[in-house]
Ligand binder design. Structure first.
Ligand code: C2E
Ligand code: MG
Ligand code: MG
Ligand code: MG
Length: 278
């Protein structure tokens, strides 16, 4: 009996595994099809100067415009895309598309400021990322000084020296560098000091409960003081209310981003937004 149960158990497990494997293969295929069919689109979220609320730039955030499932958010496919490696091609596509759109804005006389793109630290393991950035800059004629790279700390930044070296190469191209979701990752102060970083983005989990949570408020002020002593600019993400914006400004935060100013929007809405500003 035990043997039978064991056998059934094994078969059950086995067929589940097979199903899972099929689902993964299907997802893998649909992601690579989506890339070929250009179903990935950058949406843009504005970053404003904390003092005068002028446009500092935009962060490009990927959306999967799926023909039947609607708009799929990044959290639903980016982790898998990272796992299977296709993220490298997706990020390159996103970077190039965003640069082309920014060039279009500029040709229309619109002041769109800096373009920020996302990359996870795992992808910074070799120089091919630097080559991708160089290639996109060359293909589009985009000015490297207007490019900002937001780095998401991975859980296992194994080769920290290597990453530091690659960041230095990127800086050599003329880009700026930001640490994304700061406060949730694993970077030590020594590591931060070693990296050629320009900006710290305070994770939105620290902003969300302001002004209710006094601990979060002093934590944010501590992060700002830390950034100051490292000569970094501070950006707060996830700003949803006027009170939050006021508090962050008062505390010395340089740049603000969040639904209070704008949600991430597609190109045509972004153009309308910029036209209204100028
Ligand atoms: P992130 O880079 O930290 O981006 C901020 C996320 O917070 C975005 O979610 C944005 O829509 C959301 N957000 C902005 N303001 C507010 C607010 O006021 N309230 C709330 N509740 N949320 C706000 P999104 O667009 O879903 O992106 C999630 C993550 O996916 C990003 O986090 C980034 O890590 C990743 N991601 C997005 N696009 C790309 C990409 O092209 N390449 C890579 N590798 N990762 C990407
Ligand atoms: Mg980001
Ligand atoms: Mg972030
Ligand atoms: Mg995030």
């Amino acid at each position: 009996k035990a043997k039978e149960a064991g056998k059934n158990g094994y078969q059950f497990y086995n067929s589940q595994m097979t199903e899972l494997a099929f689902a993964r293969i299907e997802l893998e295929k649909s992601i690579s099809d989506a890339l070929k069919l250009k179903q990935f689109k950058p949406y843009f979220q504005v970053k404003v100067d904390a003092q005068d609320k002028s446009v500092v730039g935009f962060e490009a955030l990927i959306r999967w415009i799926h023909p039947t499932k609607g708009i799929i958010p990044p959290d639903d496919f980016i982790p898998f895309a990272e796992e299977i490696g296709i993220i490298v091609d997706i990020n390159k596509f996103m970077m190039q598309e965003s640069m082309i759109i920014f060039k279009r804005f500029k040709a229309k006389g619109l002041k769109c400021g800096m373009l920020s793109v996302n990359v996870s630290s795992e992808q910074l393991g070799d120089y091919s990322y630097v080559e991708d950035v160089e290639e996109c800059l060359k293909n589009t004629g985009f000015d490297a000084k207007d490019l900002d790279i937001e780095i998401l700390e991975g859980q296992n930044i194994e080769n920290k020296n290597r990453v530091a070296e690659i960041l230095r190469s990127l800086k050599g191209l003329g880009t700026t560098m930001s640490i994304d979701d700061f406060g949730t990752g694993y970077s030590s102060l020594t590591y931060l000091k070693k990296l050629p970083i320009d900006n710290l983005k305070i994770d939105r989990s620290f902003v969300r409960d302001i002004p209710k949570n006094k601990d979060d408020m002093s934590l944010v002020q501590t992060i700002i003081a830390l950034a100051r002593s490292l000569h970094l600019k501070v950006i707060a993400e996830g700003v949803e209310t006027k009170e939050q914006a006021e508090f962050l400004k008062k505390s010395g935060c340089n740049v603000l981003q969040g639904y209070y100013f704008s949600r991430p929007i597609p190109e045509h809405e972004c153009e309308i937004y910029l036209k209204a500003k100028s």
